[in-house]
Write a protein that binds this ligand. Structure first.
Ligand code: SF4
Length: 374
């Protein structure tokens, strides 16, 4: 299948958040210009030229200076013809009018802002650089230049966060008539500051029940708004769903460019080397900057099709499953389907198998049932 999407990674941030385990580096003293040289070379060397969706993420792409950002945008739009969605991740305090105008001038049509919470004390705990007022200013700036789609990321199940805090953040986002919200529960990842604090008994995370309660509230509240749920953690107005992320959930191919980026092209899942210096070295040596690559077996592909597809409200298309694997989903998963339908965790409707609201709350249980090699 032709690959029409690309993810581009900018692994730099001006401050490292306490919970973050993404591939990112404190920008100070990093060889940012050299990194951009190499990233541009990697994109040039690829065989793809026409793309339907491009997502520039990080790290934080808006941590780049105006000049660096301009250079990156010139390169991306020179190398690729972008026919559809052109998304950028942004931190609210870095989205100055000048930078957002630049993004708009180069065709960026979607912004994904790392807001996380509107509560100042929680922003502090998370180690974010922005203040609540920056969120409003960033949205105002993006709208002033005419960015047509704005998404906010909000987190729940945070240390010291109450259900009321989470409700308040949601209301503040909705009151801005925002186009899209992504909302994720905190996952305590090893090698983060949070994890170390937790191990030393210095961080209190609300218990699992509160996390579930927040998630259930999220679904309930969004059902009453004009942002409909289309994926476990994603809600958008009609016409504002993330087309790029849907490529992942539909288990379709995409290129990954930059240090630590991963891709899925011609049946090969690959990830690039993480450390910026290793990445630069490989590109300068005219090597592919690959850390590892695997070609998933048919069994693994069927599992992925289920895990990823079930994340979407629409679910997994049975006819597409058959087209891809030459077996019906019922032939492969007869028992799992029966059990999960009986437990009311999934439903079958026309061509689709999808999760119920309860299924979404206990998503991991559902996904486990579709593992074939256990
Ligand atoms: S801004 Fe994003 S990528 Fe950077 S440290 Fe914070 S959470 Fe991680």
């Amino acid at each position: 299948m032709e690959v029409k999407s690309a993810y581009i990674h900018i692994p730099f941030c001006v401050r490292i958040c306490t919970y973050c385990d993404f591939n990112k580096y404190f920008i100070h003293n990093q060889p940012v210009d050299e990194y951009l040289d190499c990233l541009i070379k990697e994109m040039c060397d690829s065989e793809v030229r026409v793309l339907e969706t491009v997502f520039v993420g990080g790290g934080t792409p808006t941590a780049l200076s105006y000049k660096q950002l301009k250079r990156l945008l010139i390169a991306i739009t020179d190398i690729f013809e972008i026919k559809g969605e052109f998304s950028f991740e942004a931190n609210p305090d870095e989205l100055t009018l000048e930078k957002v105008q630049l993004l708009k001038d180069f065709g960026v049509n979607r912004l994904s802002m790392g807001v996380q919470t509107f509560k100042p004390e929680l922003l502090e705990i998370l180690g974010r650089t922005h203040h609540t007022t920056d969120i409003y200013q960033a949205v105002t700036n993006a709208r002033a230049v005419g960015i047509p789609s704005i998404s906010l990321d909000l987190m729940y199940h945070l240390p010291q966060q109450t259900l009321e805090d989470f409700k308040d953040s949601l209301e503040k986002a909705l009151a801005m008539d925002i186009d899209h919200i992504s909302s994720y529960g905190l996952i305590l990842e090893p090698k983060t500051q949070f994890y170390n604090m937790y191990k030393k008994g210095k961080l209190k995370i609300p218990n699992e029940d509160i996390g579930e309660e927040m998630y259930e509230y999220l679904i309930e509240r969004m059902n009453k708004s004009d942002l409909h749920q289309y994926e476990i953690s994603n809600f958008g107005k009609i016409g504002h769903e993330s087309e790029h992320n849907k490529v992942y959930w539909k288990n379709e191919g995409y290129y990954g460019f930059g240090a630590g980026a991963s891709g899925y092209v011609n049946g090969e899942r690959y990830s690039n080397v993480n450390p910026v210096n290793h990445y630069i070295k490989k590109i300068k040596n005219n090597e592919r900057p690959i850390l590892q690559s695997t070609s998933p077996t048919k069994t693994e592909q069927m599992e992925e099709e289920m895990f990823l597809g079930l994340r979407m409200n629409k679910g997994v298309s049975k006819s597409r499953f058959f087209e891809k694997f030459d077996q019906t989903v019922e032939q492969v998963y007869e028992q799992a389907l029966k059990d999960l339908i009986q437990k009311e965790l999934i439903v079958e409707q026309d061509d689709y198998i999808s999760m119920t609201d309860r299924g979404k709350v206990v998503g991991n249980l559902v996904f486990e049932a579709f593992l074939l090699n256990v």
